[in-house]
Design a binder for this molecule. Sequence first.
Ligand code: IPE
Ligand code: IPE
Ligand code: MG
Length: 245
Amino acid sequence: MKINKLDKDNIPEHLAIIMDGNGRWAKKRGLRREQGHIEGKKSVKSIVESCIELGIKNLTLYAFSTENWNRPKIEIDFLMQLLFLSLRDEIKNLNKNNIKFETIGNLERLPKKIIEYLKKVKKETKLNSKLTLTLALSYGGRKEIIDVVKKISDKVKNNIISSKNIDESVINNHLYTYNLPDVDLLIRTSGEKRISNFLLWQIAYSELYFTKKLWPDFRKKDIHKALISYQNRERRFGKTSDQIK
Ligand code: IPE
Ligand code: IPE
Ligand code: MG
């Protein structure tokens, strides 16, 4: 039976979002791409609030990919500055709302000032427990897997792990997301139907939701719609429908 009202007992534990379409949002209005990023920041705020209201415990947002380093320097610089100002403005709210802030990705490529500030925000929010908000910054799924392989092979070489004991849990424990559960629901805005090198291992059994809405237009009612879609699916994990019931 199709449900059309949110079921509070079937909320994803981990929601991940590919926030796409800022540039197109701006272009449609005759604005500079930068304006789209500024407006997109408001959507981040609105979706974080929704997660708290709905009881979603983990939200992971794709903010900047390893491939995004290939954008024009002027746009990269703008995004970095926007990130810095957002962190500075929001640190108080993170604590007020009991939000733990985390990052995944290769932070060493970011400007020093931002690396320092990210450290500070993580440290000052690390005891919060209502929502874990993870920003994927300079993140690439393939790079993450390469790093896992390196970490594990070092441990094998040093006799800390035996190669015959490598299983899914060993891989999970060496991912950037070692402290997060698998992604239950992955949303991508802007109409593109691709993963763009986001959480490759972690989405093995995620439900996927694609919407044409551009990220700056994606707000509370849109997340409700995505959740209703999620709740109308049967997650079988390879079993038969009868086994699930
Ligand atoms: C997503 O919006 C934000 C980042 C990737 C940083 P885009 O900037 O990719 O917007 P479009 O896809 O060009 O519209
Ligand atoms: C994916 O969006 C990365 C982020 C949302 C941060 P892109 O706009 O960079 O992806 P492509 O180029 O359409 O694959
Ligand atoms: Mg894009």
